[in-house]
Design a protein around this ligand. Structure first.
Ligand code: GLU
Length: 466
């Protein structure tokens, strides 16, 4: 039988990295088994869900390159199907209308709490034959006896007592189906063979299995993935920093690095840390996903990101760098090429955001700070700086090596150490004191820009130091 998995996010915010890891596991499992991967948007909670969140999920899936074979399906477009299925359960006496008022249920709850009992519905309407008038919800008739058992691919066999499960609402009084019901109808209709989801849903699974049985459907296999924790061992949340996938993009991470990082949070293959997509498809096994929750490790992600920056496909990385440059308002329609920037900066930057921020001077005007000039330049250096400007102006072969040779020759001529003129040059062309080696920086900046900036610099230092 062809494997069919689904990722079924509720669009109530951005795509959280926990959700992204679940999506990745579903995707990997489908790809490994040469099956199908479905995206389903669980948007029936119209109060909490927003179109922006749907878009954020689609954008994140695309950026991560987790391609789906079918979908996205939207539950709000399938309301008729849920209603029809609820009607079927009613007709077969497997569900019933419940007319209990909010007040009654509240009282019941209070009583149960006072008696130290677990709050649950008392089946008041289960056998009554109330006509279908007025306000009601539809409840599923959960079996009263016996157990529900399933073999979780990660956690092993799990057994629940039916006595613990009450009669769940499957359709609310406004006619909207509830989560547990839509999931069941969809998993059934979409012929899902393997449900891989967060373990916060583990208590829903026996309920869903009971409804599936009532519908005459065979339940899928289930795998419940443990949650992701912050470095402090607490459930990952915004206070730990970035949690949304697109925030990681904004912070300068590559999708390959984030995926590689996420897959390792809860799964391992020997001591290996780095896996290509192809290797993952080959090696990933849902059975090897760890039972225990994993804590994020930001240093590991930075390390992986730099690895992918250095070794990944240069065109793809340059395209991602272009996105960062555009966000910073930089026009990258002219030289130097971002591929050249990447080669120059890749050993120095752990993220593309850092790389973009450290490469602004190649594309936009710089500002020269008087203080910086005063710290690094003295009147005595002026003749040497004028000489290097003149020498570079007549240099025809604008290459790193010849620039280096010109600088060395000028330093020798003035009996200066190379560093003495390198740092003022760096300030002159970048506006700061940190850059890749100055010869490579000048080479990439181009002759025209270099000479233009050096001349401006000379004018400025003459004005400041005299
Ligand atoms: N929509 C649910 C959620 O976002 C997931 C449901 C499922 O995978 O069964 O938590």
């Amino acid at each position: 039988m062809t494997v069919v998995t689904r990722f079924a996010p509720s669009p109530t915010g951005f795509l959280h990295i926990g959700g992204a890891r679940t999506a990745l596991y579903c995707w990997l499992f489908a790809r490994k088994m040469q099956g199908q991967f479905i995206l389903r948007i669980e948007d029936t909670d119209t109060e909490r869900g927003t179109p922006e969140s749907v878009q954020a999920i689609l954008d994140a899936m695309q950026w991560l390159n987790l391609d789906y074979d079918t979908g996205p399906f939207y539950q709000t477009k399938r309301l008729e199907r849920y209603q029809e299925t609820a009607a079927l359960l009613l007709a077969e006496n497997k569900a019933y209308r419940c007319f209990c008022s909010k007040e009654r249920l509240e009282k019941l709850r209070e009583q149960q709490m006072a008696n130290k009992e677990k709050p649950r519905y008392d089946e008041h309407c289960r056998e009554s034959n109330h006509p279908a008038e007025g306000s009601f919800v539809i409840r599923f008739k959960n079996p009263k006896e016996g157990t529900v058992q399933f073999h979780d691919l990660i956690r092993g066999t799990l057994i629940f007592n039916n006595a613990e499960l009450d009669d769940l609402i499957i359709v609310r009084s406004d006619g909207m189906p509830t989560y547990n019901f839509t999931v069941v109808v969809d998993d059934w209709d979409m012929k899902i063979t393997d449900v891989i989801r967060g373990d916060d849903h583990i208590n829903n699974t026996p309920r869903q299995i009971n409804i599936l049985h009532a519908l005459g459907a065979t339940p899928p296999r289930y795998a419940h993935v443990p949650m992701i924790l912050g470095p402090d061992g607490k459930r990952l949340s915004k206070r730990h920093g970035a949690v949304g996938v697109m925030q990681y993009r904004e912070d300068g991470f590559l999708p390959e690095a984030l995926l590689n990082y996420l897959v390792r949070l809860g799964w391992s293959h020997g001591d290996e840390e780095i896996f290509s997509r192809e290797e993952l498809i080959q090696l990933f096994d849902i059975k090897n996903v760890h039972k225990a929750a994993a804590a994020i490790n930001p240093d590991k992600l930075l390390w992986l990101n730099q690895h992918y920056i250095k070794t990944g496909n240069k065109e793809q990385i340059a395209a991602e760098l272009a996105w960062h440059m555009q966000r910073l308002g930089i026009d990258i329609g002219h030289e130097p090429s971002l591929i050249d920037i990447l080669h120059l900066q890749q050993d120095r930057c752990k993220t593309l955001r850092e790389m973009a921020e450290k490469s602004l001077y190649f594309y936009s005007e710089i500002t020269l700070s008087d203080d910086l000039i005063k710290q690094h330049v003295t009147v005595a250096l002026l003749p040497a700086l004028q000489a290097i400007t003149d020498a570079l102006s007549i240099l025809t072969n604008w290459q790193k090596e010849s620039i280096h040779a010109t600088m060395t020759a000028t330093a020798d001529q003035f009996q200066l150490k190379l560093g003495k003129i390198a740092q003022p040059l760096r300030i002159a062309v970048t506006g700061g004191t940190v850059s890749p080696s100055i010869d490579a920086t000048l080479a990439l900046l181009g002759k025209k820009n270099t000479i233009g900036r050096l001349k401006q610099f000379l004018i400025k230092i003459n004005a400041i130091l005299h």
